[in-house]
Design a protein around this ligand. Structure first.
Ligand SMILES: NC(=O)c1ccc[n+]([C@@H]2O[C@H](COP(=O)([O-])OP(=O)(O)OC[C@H]3O[C@@H](n4cnc5c(N)ncnc54)[C@H](OP(=O)(O)O)[C@@H]3O)[C@@H](O)[C@H]2O)c1
Length: 427
């Protein structure tokens, strides 16, 4: 085998393979730009170190492991490797989310493998779990915490009372967040992973760009406190759910309130979890380290072992090989949390209640903690289950009031509802 990209994950893969735990695997080539500075003795005396990807393709390796990341030239390199008759293992969510079906078709045409377990939730074996572990079920919904940076930030805001900015700075200092965390906090990283999960688990082609994403940046310390009062925590939730009657699916990545005691609510720090909901088997959770060199390398090495043992599932069926992309519905039905920041005066709650009522939305509760300045007073309204479109319309309507100091923050509440019909309720 040869590794392209000797960074965090590439080195960790080499460590495991060079350690000899898996005798069927042998590292013979490493490719990286300016490779001289990457050379290490522990990888073995016979390893060929090269700057040239073509040299890797021309070598006799059976499998090329792509770990350079990003779109370019990673996608072209994977195509080149498959065209040369190599199997490929990659951790590259961007390439698979955007071009996975075409690459899998090419792998199938060539009689080779393309495996990408590490591309979603790092060390959590979710893709094989979906394809094989719950193959007997018919899945309706997949939801997960897929971005360790966001989860670290939100759980530190909770446990240490940090502001968003301080929690993010701490995550960067400790290596849990990139220097530029935009893709993480905006939801694009989790969106790419969700597109892959929807393909493998729900059998739908989903265009990454069709998945709406909402940043976690608007979540403030005050929301963490109000969420706690409601028995909830705030998480960046990636969620894909089939709509009844084959009408496409709902998919989105957004901050949401989840019950403190739920599987999603209990995930701390940089860990990931994926909860799948099947028609027959109910809920099944997969959790573990979603990032980090060693856990991610385990997923890569597991793919290599599957190929070496000859029991890697064939490329067809990992992602839907063809078919039109499924329409992604933006609207969804859920109870909602709305936090207002107002310049206080009499009659505000009544005015807002009238607006919600006008849009057919029932209030569930009004919460207001004492001790805030009247000129910048936060308070929360929770809404009974209603469509997200109705909430958006009501808040657009309420924007005409001049008591807002800041635009309201509204979040869905994916909480257990004991009164829900059938007893099968969301997380
Ligand atoms: N790190 C994680 O926790 C994690 C988790 C899940 C999935 N992944 C995925 O795993 C992949 C690798 O991530 P990583 O964290 O290992 O990244 P990384 O530390 O940045 O390593 C990438 C390596 O590839 C090399 N490289 C980049 N572009 C190249 C090019 N055009 N030609 C030759 N070499 C090139 C880099 O060389 P330089 O040193 O010169 O930059 C570096 O050694 C990515 O797809 C990532 O999304 C990572």
């Amino acid at each position: 085998m040869g590794i392209a990209g000797f960074g965090t994950v590439g080195r960790a893969v080499a460590r495991i393979v060079a350690g000899g735990v898996h005798p069927g695997l042998r590292l013979t080539h490493v490719c990286n730009r300016d490779v001289a500075r990457k050379r290490v003795d522990w990888a073995g005396p016979d390893v060929v170190w090269t700057d040239s990807f073509q040299a890797l393709v021309d070598s006799p390796v059976d499998v090329i492991v792509e770990l350079i990341g990003g779109h370019d030239p990673a996608r072209a390199w994977i195509e080149q490797a498959l065209a040369a008759g190599k199997s490929v293992v990659t951790a590259n969510k961007q390439v698979i989310a955007h071009g996975g079906p075409a690459l899998l078709r090419e792998a199938e045409r060539r009689g080779r493998h393309l495996l990408f377990e590490a591309a979603v939730a790092g060390g959590v074996p979710i893709l094989r779990g979906l394809r094989e572990g719950v193959a007997g079920d018919r899945l309706r919904r997949i939801q997960g915490i897929l971005n360790g940076t966001c989860n670290y930030v939100l759980t530190r805001m909770e446990s240490a009372g940090l502001t968003f900015a301080d929690a993010l700075a701490e995550a960067q200092r400790l290596g849990y967040a990139e220097a530029d965390p935009t893709d993480d906090v905006d939801g694009h990283d989790a969106g790419a992973k969700l597109a892959i999960l929807a393909g493998v688990g729900l059998g739908r082609v989903v265009r990454v760009d069709d998945i709406p994403v909402e940043p976690i940046t608007a979540v403030a310390a005050v929301d963490i406190g109000y969420a706690r009062r409601l028995g909830c925590v705030i998480r960046q939730v990636a969620r894909a759910e089939l709509l009844p009657g084959g009408r496409g699916l709902h998919a989105a990545v957004r901050p949401a309130l989840v019950s403190e005691a739920s599987t999603l609510g209990r995930v701390e720090g940089s860990r990931n979890v994926v909860v799948v909901d099947g028609e027959f088997g109910g809920e099944t959770a997969f959790s573990g380290f979603g990032a980090g060199g060693a856990p991610t390398a385990v997923a890569v090495v597991s793919d290599l072992i599957a190929i070496a043992r000859g029991n890697a599932a064939p490329p067809d069926g990992w992602l839907p090989a063809s078919g039109e992309p499924s329409p992604v519905a933006r609207e969804f039905e859920a109870p909602h949390y709305v936090r207002f920041m107002i310049d206080d005066r009499p009659g505000i709650v009544a005015s807002l209640a009238r607006v919600f009522s006008h849009h057919g939305i029932n209030l569930d509760a009004v919460l207001q903690e004492p001790g805030w300045p009247k000129a910048e007073l936060p308070f929360v309204m929770t809404l009974e289950p209603c469509s997200s479109a109705a909430v958006a319309a009501a808040l657009a309507d309420a924007a005409r009031f001049d008591f807002h100091v800041r635009a309201p923050l509204w979040l869905p509440m994916f909480v257990d509802r004991p009164d829900a019909a059938g007893g099968s309720s969301p997380e």
